[in-house]
Design a protein around this ligand. Sequence first.
Ligand code: ZN
Length: 139
Amino acid sequence: MREETIIVPIVDPKGRLAVIGTKTVVALWECPKCGKKMGKPYIDTLTVHGQSYAIHAWFNECGHQVPYTELNLVERYHLEGDEGIIDFSLDYHNNINMDINAHDILDMCLSPQQALDISEKLRALATKAYGRMKVNKDE
Ligand SMILES: [Zn+2]
């Protein structure tokens, strides 16, 4: 899985594109529009109302501009005690890819809480996928 850990702006959900901070996210590093590998991220400075924020920016060789809100974030779920990890990501086909990395996959079991946590993350990705499919249909 091609991915990058990058710093992105946090936009105030109530304000009009007001930046209120930054956060680190893991994103699937392929263009959500054509699936090609995106350009290497570099640190850039975003200045909003006199306040400066260090964030990552990149250029895509495919020419598509990808806003932060359209990045395909990798949801990573660590299984407690077992060092197992489950990754989910939404690809540009709007499929949700699941990658399970456990010591012994046959022995993997989930507590009810873990199953709920995972299903919440899956639901969030599925909701995003449906949102994107609707936008593509309307275009
Ligand atoms: Zn592209």
